[in-house]
Ligand binder design. Structure first.
Ligand SMILES: [Zn+2]
Length: 362
């Protein structure tokens, strides 16, 4: 399949080329510093957009839209990932805005923007699962001969996480999840990476930060996008802003501004910093899951404070009889609550987090 590879010269090229001989020299040097992601190559000082091809396998393949903004000078390589879940639209809408604001001539380092990890879940309006019934954010590092979600994960691991030095996986509540904004600080046990990841979480600008110590530690079974980067020694953040299939400006703007604040934090390009000075660390949290399939009727809203034992909602059978009541296991805040009726056994219903009085240690 033909690849589109739009390449836009950065403003710096024009400045360089005003000194013709230096311009020729620069183009020789820049060829060595080209950054290639899938079918997209950007030389130093250039932006390029195109696709990572995921070939047909046991099921049909896809093309992942990606942009590469290669700074005029070498430095960190930040990967910004949108649309890991295809019904989570805020990052998908935000990344073209980030792309427009990145100026390669002013950049020391590079940014890789993955606009939509799994296009088939986006165009299919799928919540949680792809057509292969797999959650894209549970199949990393992927398999080259697996089903589509696994082949996509394999492509992202090789083509994006491979060249990146830092990563931000941008999520929101899925199509059924009413969510307040927060970030995850994933603790891996590697002190250097954990400190850098914490700094990324602070830089992104969301003041609620969930401390997550429970991710897999085996790089061959990393499951999650951010965890895949972290277990390869690359600091990585997961951020959540928005939900319910909406693209409200506040949620989209938080994704855009957070990404640019990260770019600034890493010294890649000057941009407004949103660094959080007084974070609310959430060091105890629990995703509550459905004990039975049914019709879910939530009794609380996102951001609501709950006590231990507060009724969060009931699951009914199709005739209206109560099958189960779900209550808060401890006092905290609702980080998200599933706000639409269908639930299957084992699926999330809500996420309770308890703010820590003290700054957590890894
Ligand atoms: Zn997600």
């Amino acid at each position: 399949m033909t690849l589109t590879n739009r390449r836009e010269p950065g403003a710096c090229s024009a400045r360089l080329y005003s000194f013709l001989s230096i311009g020729c020299l620069a183009s020789v040097v820049s060829a060595q510093d080209a950054l290639t992601v899938g079918g997209v190559t950007a030389r130093r000082g250039e932006k390029a957009s195109g696709y990572i091809e995921v070939k047909d396998g046991v099921d049909p393949g896809t093309r992942i839209p990606v942009s590469v903004v290669n700074g005029a000078r070498p430095g960190p390589v930040l990967a910004l990932i949108a649309g890991t879940h295809g019904y989570e639209y805020t990052s998908i809408v935000a990344l073209p805005r980030v792309l427009a604001r990145l100026e390669p001539a002013r950049m020391t380092g590079s940014v890789i923007l993955v606009h939509m990890v799994n296009p088939t879940t986006f165009f299919g309006r799928r919540v949680y699962y792809g057509a292969d019934n797999k959650n894209q954010n549970r199949v990393y590092p992927g398999k080259p001969d697996g089903t589509l979600s696994e082949r996509i994960a394999d492509a992202i691991t090789r083509e994006v996480i491979g060249p990146a030095t830092h990563l931000a996986d941008l999520h929101c509540g899925d199509g059924n999840e009413s969510l307040r904004p927060y970030s995850y600080w994933l603790i891996s046990g590697n002190p250097t990476v954990d400190e850098a990841t914490k700094q990324m979480a602070l830089a992104f600008g969301l003041d609620h930060i969930v401390v997550d110590r429970g991710r897999p530690k085996d790089p061959a079974a990393s499951a999650y996008t951010s965890n895949t980067a972290i277990l390869r020694g690359k600091p990585a953040l997961t951020a959540e802003s928005g939900g319910m299939g909406l693209t409200d400006e506040a949620s989209v703007a938080a994704q855009e501004a957070g990404a640019l604040s990260l770019v600034a934090q890493l010294g890649i390009m000057e941009a407004p910093s949103l660094r959080v000075s007084r974070p609310l660390w959430i060091d105890r949290s629990e995703v509550l899951t459905a004990p039975v399939a049914g019709v879910w009727r939530p009794a609380v809203e996102k951001m609501q404070s709950v006590a231990a034992g507060t009724l969060l909602g009931r699951i009914h059978d199709p005739f209206g009889a109560v099958l189960a009541e779900v209550r808060a296991p401890f006092a905290g805040e609702m980080l998200y609550i599933v706000a639409t009726p269908p639930v299957s056994k084992g699926e999330p219903l809500g996420f309770v987090g308890q703010v820590s009085e003290t700054e957590p240690r890894p």
